[in-house]
Design a protein around this ligand. Structure first.
Ligand SMILES: Nc1nc2c(ncn2[C@@H]2O[C@H](COP(=O)(O)OP(=O)(O)OP(=O)(O)O)[C@@H](O)[C@H]2O)c(=O)[nH]1
Length: 378
């Protein structure tokens, strides 16, 4: 099928507790300045918020989702994944059901199937593969919707298996530095909180750097996550230099022998050149202290943005050297197939997916579970 056959498709495309040390601001400023002249905003000493004894500090911020009920009352991950992807699977299932109930497989049916798959944002390549697989050996015969769903699950799993790569924290790096990038509202800060919780449960010490200095609420949000997860937080004033703050945080994390440092960043894509300069500068400043840092650059993508997420992968891939993906909000869209399109197109590892606002609504990405859930299979 040529792209022109699907008019409008491409037009949618661009639509253990660390004991941190006091900061050496002189070092930080020197490194930041050496990396890129003087910071645009005069640097202020970063504030270090040490983790509280209790990880259940009162939450004052409406932006931070409430803590989930006790584990026993929570559904299993599979149930939450299936539930989260239900909008996508029911939309696909309804389309497939309508199409193949008591109907022979012919060219028109295959064309209609392709439309349904493209509307679910699975991407042209995967849609084409699924249609071919459904058609093979079944032409002119009746085919049950369940059979089509099984083929769909098989092909989606085949596409996703190569990218379902777990994130490995290299314990030789102290700290293992993860830079979190993505557009505003994609779920970066929430994902940082969820990851911090995971790492803490694995017995690692964690520090969070509030590098999204653009929004005061983002800084406050990160502090709440720090309290909740028992992670130290390095934060500066709103508008302070993000690279300087990242430098402070890495220095503190090193001195405290922290296992993982998660660095939040701003995501103002409307100012691409500015964003590129800021991310570049953060990376260069981190390298002053550890030339192998950052050890992972995770792009957080909001599934509800559909095809726009594809262009975000391209842009952030160019400006931030993305090493892996996290897809959030798969529970809020009927177009969860976008993950499949991105996997096929970019080949980037998908480390985690999020299906809710709760702290445990983020899990390592597994190709077969996702494929079964999206196809509506048990
Ligand atoms: N339904 C749902 N909501 C999510 C998920 N992940 C994050 N959110 C919500 O999305 C909203 C934005 O998340 P943030 O973490 O503030 O996003 P951000 O990218 O840090 O945004 P900025 O701070 O503006 O850059 C919040 O209300 C989160 O609770 C998810 O997997 N599912």
């Amino acid at each position: 099928m040529s792209t022109s056959d699907k008019k409008g498709f491409f037009s949618r495309l661009f639509g253990g507790e660390a004991q941190p040390q006091p900061q050496d601001v002189t070092d930080r400023e020197a490194a930041a300045d050496a990396a890129e002249g003087a910071p645009e905003v005069p640097a202020e000493p970063a504030e270090l918020v040490e983790p509280r004894e209790s990880a259940t500090a009162p939450v004052a911020l409406s932006e931070v989702p409430p803590e989930p009920p006790k584990a026993a009352a929570r559904a299993s991950w599979w149930q939450r994944l299936k539930g989260g992807l239900s909008r996508t699977s029911s939309s696909l299932g309804a389309g497939i059901g309508d199409l193949f109930t008591k109907r022979k497989l012919d060219a028109a049916a295959l064309d209609d199937l392709e439309d349904i798959l493209i509307q679910a944002d699975l991407g042209l390549e995967t849609a084409g593969r699924i249609v071919k697989a459904v058609g093979t050996g079944r032409y002119d015969k009746e085919i049950a919707p369940e059979e089509v769903k099984a083929v769909l699950a098989r092909e989606v799993e085949a596409t996703l298996t190569p990218v379902a790569v777990p994130l490995v924290v290299d314990t030789a790096k102290k700290p293992f530095v993860m830079l979190m990038v993505g557009v505003n509202g994609s779920g970066k800060t929430t994902t940082i909180g969820k990851l911090a919780q995971k790492f803490r449960h694995e017995g690692r010490s964690v520090m969070l750097a509030a590098g999204d200095t653009f929004r005061a609420a983002a800084i406050e949000q990160l502090k709440v996550w720090g309290e909740r997860t028992g992670s130290a937080v390095v934060a500066g004033a709103q508008g302070s230099d993000a690279a300087g703050l990242a430098f402070d945080a890495l220095k503190a994390a090193r001195e405290a022998a922290t296992d993982v440092l998660l660095v939040d960043t701003a995501g103002r894509l409307q100012n691409k050149a500015g964003l590129m300069a800021e991310l570049d500068k953060i990376v260069r400043v981190l390298k002053k202290l550890d030339d192998t840092a950052p050890h992972a650059v995770l792009l957080v993508l909001d599934a509800t943005t559909g095809q726009n997420a594809v262009s975000q992968v391209e842009i952030f891939g160019q400006i931030a050297g993305v090493t892996g993906l996290v897809m959030t909000k798969l529970d809020g869209t009927a177009r969860g197939g976008i993950l499949v399109a991105i996997a096929a197109k970019s080949g980037l590892p998908v480390h985690f997916i999020g299906v809710g606002e709760g702290v445990d609504d983020l899990e390592p990405f597994k190709a077969s579970d996702f494929a079964r859930a999206i196809a509506g299979l048990d």
